[in-house]
Unconditional design. Structure first.
Length: 258
C-alpha cells in the first residue's frame, strides 16, 4: 500500500474540482492512493466509490467529534477508557445506567462526596461518552456561571445567554462548594437549573450534599435551585480516601527522577 501511495498520480483537475465543490475533503485526500490501489489490485468498479464514500463519512464524523469535544470545554480529556469501575464507591449498575443519560433522558446526575473521590472524573467521562454518541455537552464551573452572568447582565441578555447554553444536550456544573460563591454565580446556577428544568439534563458535582447548598448562597435561592435540580435526579454519593492522595503516598503521582 505504501509503495502504491508513493507512485499514486494526482487526481485529474476536473475530478478534484468536483470533489472540492461537493465538500469531500476526506475522500479527496484518499482518492489518489485509493484509485492507484484499485487499479493495481483490479478492484470491482463499485468498490472505488464505496471506499471513497466510506472514508468521506468517517472523516466527517471524526471532524464532528473533534468539534463537539472542543466546544464542550472538558477540563482534562478523561474518558471511560481510564476509568476503573471497581475503584469507585458508586455501585456498578448505577455507573452503567448513568451512561444512558442525555438526549431524551432529562434526568440530572448529582454527584457528591469528598475531594479526590472521582466526582469530576466520572462527570467528564460521562460527558465524553455523550459526545461520542453524537450529543453536545457544555462544561462549566460555578465561577464560569458567575462570569457568564456578569458579562450578559450589562446589556440585559442573560436569558438569551442561558438559552444558548441549553442548546447542549447535557450541561455539567463541576465542583460546587469548593470556593465561596458570589451572588452572580449563585444566581447563574439557579437560572441555568430553572431554564433546564424538565427540558435538558444538568449534571453537578459537589463536596456537599445538595441539601447543604444553602451554605453557599441565600437560602431562598438555594431552596429553589435544589428543588428543581433534585426533582428528576440520580443522586450519587462518593466515599473513601482521595485517589490523588493515595497515589501520592504510593509514589505514583510523579515519574521517578533519574
Amino acid at each position: 500500500m505504501n509503495a502504491v501511495t508513493a507512485a499514486a498520480p494526482a487526481l485529474p483537475a476536473e475530478l478534484e474540482a468536483l470533489m472540492r465543490q461537493l465538500k469531500m475533503p476526506y475522500a479527496r485526500a484518499l482518492a489518489p492512493e485509493l484509485i492507484a490501489t484499485a487499479r493495481a489490485q483490479r478492484w470491482e468498479p463499485v468498490e472505488v466509490p464505496r471506499a471513497l464514500l466510506v472514508e468521506g463519512a468517517a472523516g466527517r464524523e471524526r471532524s464532528a467529534l473533534a468539534t463537539r469535544r472542543a466546544a464542550a470545554g472538558f477540563p482534562t480529556g478523561k474518558t471511560f477508557d481510564a476509568w476503573k469501575p471497581d475503584a469507585s464507591s458508586i455501585p456498578a449498575p448505577t455507573q452503567q445506567a448513568l451512561r444512558t443519560l442525555g438526549g431524551h433522558r432529562r434526568e440530572n446526575p448529582v454527584v457528591g462526596g469528598p475531594s479526590g473521590t472521582g466526582k469530576t472524573f466520572l462527570l467528564e467521562a460521562l460527558g465524553q461518552h455523550a459526545v461520542e454518541r453524537g450529543l453536545h455537552v457544555a462544561w462549566f464551573t460555578l465561577e464560569d456561571l458567575g462570569v457568564l452572568l456578569r458579562r450578559h447582565r450589562v446589556d440585559d441578555t442573560v436569558t438569551k445567554a442561558i438559552a444558548r447554553v441549553l442548546r447542549a444536550d447535557l450541561v455539567v456544573v463541576d465542583d460546587i462548594g469548593l470556593l465561596p460563591v458570589a451572588q452572580n454565580a449563585a444566581e447563574g446556577l439557579y437560572r441555568l437549573v430553572d431554564a433546564a428544568y424538565e427540558k435538558k439534563p444538568v449534571a453537578t458535582s459537589s463536596n456537599l450534599h445538595p441539601a447543604a447548598f444553602d451554605e453557599l448562597r441565600p437560602k431562598t435561592l438555594a431552596t429553589a435551585t435544589v428543588d428543581r435540580l433534585l426533582h428528576h435526579a440520580h443522586v450519587c454519593q462518593t466515599t473513601g480516601e482521595s485517589v490523588r492522595l493515595s497515589q501520592t503516598l504510593a509514589g505514583q503521582g510523579v515519574n521517578p527522577l533519574n
